[in-house]
Ligand binder design. Structure first.
Ligand code: SP5
Ligand code: ZN
Length: 371
């Protein structure tokens, strides 16, 4: 089942970003979602699409993001225009580099200093309706999460009664934009503003009636298959043991300063952050082999109650801003590997910019999961 809404393609449409120093089209475009939706609609035997969105309010978002950052996202554009900023949207001019901030700098006060403080690159443009768009994406993701939890309970019951084995786990898909995995607790970047996957994971953990074995919260494993490292999700959960964060990503590409295998978590979170940096020439066979090993060595031993997948297909060989050597034949295999975990799974859309092949690549991964 696919969760989405029209608002995902009508809101938050910056015209440009900066890549390699040049003004370029904004690659994280509404056309991306149109392309995925068109594919899923033509394969309606596999997919049921719903536009039902429940309102979970502000609280689940505040559990993950800091209030000053949320206030900034909500008000930045209006202030930006008042101060004569370009109508494309808010971007920083100065970013408080740690080598500078070590010298001692007061907290940001005016808008341009906040733009630097709350954003780490030139790809997360804040427009008039960016906060609403990100809010909407989070609410859609939460709607799917709540339904997954219900299906998960049914699945557990049918396993307990011996009615089935762990071969047909339920799977739901949140088809949303803007994406989330680069958004940290108080920094946007990489097209991401609110971390949809983190909000969903924290929501499950917070449900009092959803206690797993020994009255503990349900355990969640995040599997991030986007080409880029999910620095935001890593930061948000770096010092906790639930959720487990796992990621396969390019070793030497954006966001450049995170994603090392040496980043293993800290305190109670030590051992619950698993990074697998990959060579840019990674093929379908390489990818599936390494994913299967990640699942066997880290995801299965964790014994998660739910899996949440940061679903990026910018691993695709023809992606215009990223890409390994993964082909459209690879994605069903990736989906199938995830299915074999045998756990109720929520897929949440992250990156992927080769618009012509987004449908078959995303749809292929989901079909691979369905088996
Ligand atoms: C959600 C998501 O996928 N965000 C990614 C944002 C990436 N933006 C910067 C990309 C920089 C590309 N540099 C090209 C390096 C040549 N391989
Ligand atoms: Zn990406």
């Amino acid at each position: 089942k696919v969760y989405t809404s029209k608002l995902c393609t009508t809101m938050h449409t910056p015209e440009f970003e900066f890549l390699s120093g040049a003004e370029t089209q904004y690659y994280e475009s509404p056309q991306r979602l149109d392309a995925i939706l068109a594919y899923l609609e033509t394969h309606s035997d596999s997919f049921e699409i719903t536009e039902r969105v429940e309102d979970f309010g502000y609280e689940p978002i505040q559990r993950v993001h800091k209030q000053d950052f949320l206030d900034y996202l909500e008000t930045a554009y209006e202030e930006w225009i008042q101060e004569g900023g370009h109508p494309n949207g808010v971007l920083p001019a100065t970013i408080p580099h740690h080598k500078v901030t070590r010298l001692g700098k007061a907290k940001a006060s005016n808008l341009l200093s906040k733009a630097g403080e709350y954003c780490f690159d030139l790809s997360a443009v804040i427009t008039k309706d960016t906060f609403k768009a990100a809010w909407n994406a989070a609410q859609i993701t939460l709607t799917a999460t709540k339904d997954l939890v219900r299906l998960g309970a049914e699945y557990e019951q049918s396993l307990a009664s011996g009615a089935q084995s762990r071969e047909n786990p339920p799977g739901l898909y949140a088809l949303v934009r803007p994406p989330g995995h680069h958004a940290q607790s108080d920094i946007c970047g990489g097209y991401c503003f609110l971390n949809n996957v983190a909000i969903a994971a924290q929501w499950i953990i917070d449900q009092p009636e959803l206690k797993g074995r020994d009255g503990q919260p349900k355990k969640i494993a995040i599997v991030d298959v986007d080409f880029h490292h999910g620095n935001g999700t890593q930061e948000i959960f770096y010092s906790v043991s639930n959720p487990l964060y796992t990621s396969m990503h390019s070793a030497d590409d954006y966001p450049y300063f995170t994603g090392s295998a040496l980043e293993k978590g800290e305190g109670e979170g030590l051992g619950f952050n698993v990074n697998i940096p990959l060579h840019h020439a990674t093929t379908d066979d390489d990818y599936v082999e390494i994913l299967d090993k990640l699942i066997l060595d880290h995801v299965m031993p964790y014994q998660p109650d739910y899996v949440i997948v940061s679903l990026g297909v910018d691993t695709f060989k023809d992606d215009p801003i990223a890409g390994f050597l993964v082909t459209s034949e690879g994605y069903p295999r990736i989906g199938n590997s995830i299915r074999k975990i045998g756990v109720p799974t929520l897929f949440v859309q992250e990156g992927g910019y080769c618009v012509e092949k987004l449908g078959i690549n995303v749809g292929g991964m989901l079909q691979g999961f369905l088996g």
